[in-house]
Design a protein around this ligand. Sequence first.
Ligand SMILES: Nc1ncnc2c1ncn2[C@@H]1O[C@H](COP(=O)(O)OP(=O)(O)OP(=O)(O)O)[C@@H](O)[C@H]1O
Ligand SMILES: [Mg+2]
Length: 274
Amino acid sequence: MTTPPIVCDALGHEYAGGVLALKPTTLTIQPGEVLGVVGQNGSGKTTLVKHFNGLLRPTSGRLLINGEDARPRPVHDLARHVGYVFQNPNHQLFATTVEAELRFGPTNLGLTPETVAERVQQATSFFGIEKLLTSHPYRLAFPLRKLVAMASVYAMGPDVFVLDEPTTGQDHAGSNMVRKLIERLREQGKTVVIVSHDMALIAEVADRVLALWAAEVIASGSPRAIFAEDRVMQRTKLYPPQITQFARRWAPASTRPLPLTVAEAAAAVLGEER
Ligand SMILES: Nc1ncnc2c1ncn2[C@@H]1O[C@H](COP(=O)(O)OP(=O)(O)OP(=O)(O)O)[C@@H](O)[C@H]1O
Ligand SMILES: [Mg+2]
């Protein structure tokens, strides 16, 4: 059996000052899995995922990356395996041009200049940011800065992608780009972890959803199962995607299970094959 890329073994985190931001959490992320992490503000989502590339270290329990204890491995070593796109791109970007930003990661991995150039080119064309290469990342609007942050991680080609709030502040085109990125990563067999308040995105792309509440994972399951659990929705104060809420009120019982996406709703209403 293939080794899971990420295992949390009773992993917990208490910040200096005594804030217990994550209670001991045991979790195995499978290779190629797209995992959604949802929960209210302050429930511990970012704290959990920041462990995956060593930005935070467990204050209790262990993190295994590809089956090995991550503790002795520095962040730049873990970054080979796990790419982390920050919730706030200002915490990630530091180069003076977009091109330099894209070059930095693959160069640091010790790739040859030819391979670095190739990676930069691939990331540029995938994200359609050719015109931005000479721009200063800080002069870009927030949504574009966030796309550049994603592109710079994409250029490193890690096996695991962690996207913290990838669609926040994005317009329709930006959100579509995020969906395209996740689908591309899935096709490439990468593992993707997405933290998001965007339930429509989670419903569309996630194989499994973790719901956090007050520093604890209170539910884990398919989007269909999690969004159908009233107890989880009430406790986390989250809502299923709007199309699911609409269908719940409007659709006849025969269309159950409730649709999670517009495509599923259309299929149910028009009697098409899903
Ligand atoms: N550096 C820090 N020092 C102390 N406490 C922190 C720190 N970072 C986060 N916290 C606290 O830890 C808890 C969890 O925060 P975290 O950022 O993980 O939540 P989140 O679920 O990602 O929230 P959001 O949806 O707002 O991004 C919160 O109570 C937060 O105030
Ligand atoms: Mg967060």
